[in-house]
Design a protein around this ligand. Sequence first.
Ligand SMILES: Nc1ncnc2c1ncn2[C@@H]1O[C@H](COP(=O)(O)OP(=O)(O)OP(=O)(O)O)[C@@H](O)[C@H]1O
Length: 750
Amino acid sequence: MADRVIAFDLNAARVSGASDGVLPKAVPATPSAPKAPGRARARAELASAYAALLGAQVPAADILEQMLLAVGEATAAVTGAEADEVQPEHIAAVLRVAGMTATVEQIARLSPGQWPALAQMTSGQLVLVIKQEAELLFVYDKTCPDQRAEVALAEFAPFFSGRIIRARTSLRQLESRHAPDTAPEHWFWGAFKAQRRAFVEVALGSLFANILAVAVSMFSMQVYDRVIPHKSEATLWVLALGALLALVLEMALKLARSGLMDLAGRKIELTVQGLLMDRLLGMKAAPGRRSPSQLFSAMREFSSVREFFTASTIGTIADIPFIFIFLALVASIGGNLVWVLLAGAILMVVPGFLLQGKMMKITQSTQGASARAAKLLHEAIYEHETVATQRGADRFKRVWEELTTLSAVKSSESRKLASALTYWAQMMQQATYVTAVMVGAYMVFEGEFTVGAIIAIGLLTSRTLAPLTQLAGTMARWANVKAALQGLEEIAGADQVQAASRSYLRAERIEGEYELRGLEFKYDPEASATVDIAALRIPPGQRVAILGSNGSGKSTLLKLLAGVYEPTAGRILLDGVDLGQLHPRDLRRAVGYLSQDVRLFSGTLRDNLNLTQLERDEDRLYRALDFAGLGPFLRGHPKGLDLPIRDGGEGLSVGQRQSIGWARLWLQDPTVVILDEPTAALDTTLETTLVSRLETWLDGRTAIIATHRVPILALTARTLILQNGRMAVDGPRDAVLAHLTKAKAAGGPK
Ligand SMILES: Nc1ncnc2c1ncn2[C@@H]1O[C@H](COP(=O)(O)OP(=O)(O)OP(=O)(O)O)[C@@H](O)[C@H]1O
């Protein structure tokens, strides 16, 4: 054991490398201890090794990001002290995000059943203990040939704090690993399934509430048939008290039931809303997808789904099965009279079923018109300047009036139909009552029936049919909800950048070698290809400029290379791996994309720079701004990084926005940079300064730049020219430029 390297401080530079089998002295962790910048990363590597031991492949870079997020949430303050803030609780939280179940535990003594786990030493260091055999511990040590070292328990114990982070593979993870073909739960009804326990309780509550509800009709029957003829006051009181008690119990049960339903409804709503937002954010930017305004209004329509599935609807549905209990009761009291009720019940709901198609049509046109109106409103507000200066107000007003008229007419049609259905159901309920009493009266004439029985049946009729009146109202709203669900279904079922059902290749580091094979991309399947490149190779670290006239396909090609769009045909390989195979997280980390139009979001400038929320170092944010040429402006600004960015991303000039794009790119520090006209909005002074900084910053990075600017061209070594999406020229920059100048001088095509 003399030659092993003890890994007790794999994650802290200060004592790692203790060599001769003697345990490092415990270093008390003091708040003033010097910062260890690599420590958070080392902890992430250790957690990644632990996850791998449990069969989950989670790159350290992912864990590091999650860790910084967890630390950020915990401290809520943005400071530079990233390293020492990573506590076992944060690591456990990160392992949970990776899909495991993880806890931090205090253990009294070391026993084999506890491992593998991360053990915290008295110095605060973490050690990955793989297993325990007799008096030996096997600990992870990446410097050993088989990545493990043996340590005697007696050597380990004095430095062990007693705290461990223990993770286990969750059932969900086991399922996805070993039974990946199981059909995933439906995005909406699946959330209901998860609440089935609550629904069983609701059904039980409904059963008892409905049984108790019979009490009033039984009370009336007894009073008319027994109490009144015998004038027995005592019985009257007993019966009345019994009926009152039943009513109070029924109310208590219904209250409890609606509380349960509210809780379940809230949980369902939160799950579904979270899932929809995940799907929306994770959606592939595929051409032909629903337009942003359609997506926007589909999401807004969720409110009608939420309103529908409130306690009252669920209560109505829960009461429906008990109609049969009441009918059985009526049959036992009134015999054939039950057919009257049954016929009434059917007549009450049939129109609701028959008119569903018509309701659906009206709903679709109402929703279509209101979605278009919402889009128009959005444009009128956000593009107000263009509308005003280009004298577009009249057109906007005309379209607005058309849409609002259509939507008003259609929604009033739908309201009329809904009220007609409800009134019909109410009328049928009353008509059934009248018929039942009439038939009952004939039965009294025949001597088959008592007066009490008629009273009881009258009450039971109202009771039996009441849920159906509510059902008619519910059915009138169902078309609306169904249309909303269909819109949301498209969001929930949209192709995702990271599909849950497949596994991706993980790449800790991407060098940046591109290879295009038979690449083709079409926005419109009917039209010719916007990009069509048979073969192209870009070695790692090369700087390539892409030239071409407007609409030649430069931006589209860059989006394809950045993985924003997927090729319609052919392949794009990055470091020999198809872009579609690479894990989206690794791709996004390694490939920086600066689009032509840099977008800002409402919040502060800090929020806009730190979209990942991983940046905890204010100094780094300022250095990024310095790189992008915005440093002096913001240092002189009274609000600095807290400069508010208004709704719609207003608050900075177009050039400043492009600088923000550069600052974001600098913070991301990617190995591949894809830039679309990256200095088009910058003034020449800033462009020159930036280009001089890029000389060194671009070193070792693959850069693919669409540009018309000479200073940027000077940074590149190779020039590609696109013509109608095809590669017209590909060669060394100077040769291509010389050729272009000659062709221009000769008056030929550019
Ligand atoms: N989202 C889109 N949907 C449909 N067609 C599009 C879309 N974006 C671009 N196009 C079409 O694809 C073609 C190439 O556009 P692209 O933006 O790639 O050109 P570009 O070379 O970058 O032009 P520019 O120099 O003006 O930025 C154009 O004819 C354009 O009409």
